[in-house]
Design a protein around this ligand. Structure first.
Ligand SMILES: Nc1nc2c(ncn2[C@@H]2O[C@H](COP(=O)(O)OP(=O)(O)O)[C@@H](O)[C@H]2O)c(=O)[nH]1
Ligand SMILES: [Mg+2]
Length: 322
């Protein structure tokens, strides 16, 4: 998987730490403790200044606003959330900042083929070049227009995924009044096949198409987490950390991604602390640790939603989904 390239695997960890130690020792020799603090900060805070623009496209009612709220870890009535169930009156692309990373913008884009956004000028009108990723949403089978759009995006070499929303409703519709329930896996498989048939008719091979079946109300179910992971994997290396640290935690896949990344980050602190702590000036190591480690420890807690606000949110989600 692409992940292995950017994160030190177990076998390459020793050389990663050795190299890091060399760089940090160098900083210390040149600039003292401040140099080391700056070096670590520059490296671990780099992600905050990297802009990421994610486009969410689909007709009114397919679940764009809901998806945008969920990926930002917001419930529909939270402050700053996108209005759900509201017919779009604004026909211009609307950005929503991620609450924890204002450089991550998720854009609500109007569907195409309307009078305001004719197909012929759609890519130009939405300023397609500014987006790194495109998610094409549908709450039923995809249409040939979706396939057309995907082809246009493919021409620009950008990443795109198909996202089939509201699968929970389909399952409920079929099984709601049956005594002998059809297994969920079979129903999901049917939805997937139905979607893929349309995409295949447009010339997309199953192998090169990312299709994810989700329910934005319960992101810990179905393929919401898998979608988050694939977004991270598809991101250019320099954007990967920013996405990992920003995307909502509510899936096991994201918890795993965050764990891997935070494990890498911790070496910056451990090695620096070792280098600075090894200098025979009493108290220097303690000061250094206090300056950097407290902040990072708070970040770890926040990343896993283990602060008060995060825990309240999890409680709210659980209450809502149980
Ligand atoms: N069950 C379920 N309902 C959803 C999902 N996504 C959106 N909805 C509901 O579908 C309706 C339209 O959603 P909205 O996000 O406003 O769609 P938009 O017009 O594309 O922005 C709202 O009532 C949402 O609560 C989903 O994944 N599962
Ligand atoms: Mg909307």
């Amino acid at each position: 998987m692409a992940m292995a390239e950017s994160y030190p695997g177990r076998s390459s960890l020793t050389s990663f730490i050795e190299k890091l130690g060399g760089k940090i020792r160098n900083e210390f020799n040149l600039e003292g403790t401040n140099g080391v603090v700056m070096f670590v900060k520059n490296n671990v805070e780099k992600w905050k200044s990297i802009p990421i623009n994610l486009a969410v496209i689909g007709e009114t009612g397919v679940g764009k606003s809901t998806f945008i709220n969920t990926i930002r870890n917001l419930l529909d009535d939270d402050e700053g959330s996108a209005l759900v169930g509201v017919i779009q009156t604004t026909k211009i692309p609307t950005p929503y900042n991620h609450p924890e990373n204002e450089n991550l913008k998720i854009w609500d884009l109007p569907g195409f083929g309307t009078a305001d956004f004719p197909k012929s000028t759609y890519m130009k009108n939405i300023e397609a070049e500014k987006f790194g990723f495109f998610l094409i949403l549908s709450s039923s089978r995809f249409k040939l227009d979706d396939v057309w759009l995907a082809k246009e995006i493919k021409k620009t070499n950008k990443t795109f995924f198909f996202v089939r929303t509201m699968v929970d409703r389909n399952i409920k519709d079929v099984n709601g009044r049956r005594t002998n329930k059809i297994p969920e896996t079979k129903l999901l498989d049917d939805i997937s096949k139905e979607c893929r048939a349309v995409l295949r008719s447009g010339g997309f091979d199953d192998a090169d198409i990312g299709l994810f079946l989700i329910d934005s109300h319960t992101p810990n179910r179905y393929e919401f987490g898998k979608l988050g992971r694939e977004l991270i994997n598809a991101a250019p290396e320099k954007k990967r950390d920013a996405l990992t640290l920003s995307i909502t935690t509510l899936t096991s896949e994201m918890i795993e991604e965050k764990k891997i990344l935070l494990e890498k980050r911790i070496w910056y602190f451990a090695v620096s602390s070792g280098v600075v702590g090894g200098i025979p000036i009493p108290g220097l190591g303690v000061v250094f640790d206090a300056a950097l480690l407290v902040e990072e420890a708070i970040r770890y807690r926040n990343q896993f939603g283990l602060n008060e606000k995060g825990l309240q949110k999890v409680a709210k989600w659980l209450k809502k989904t149980s």
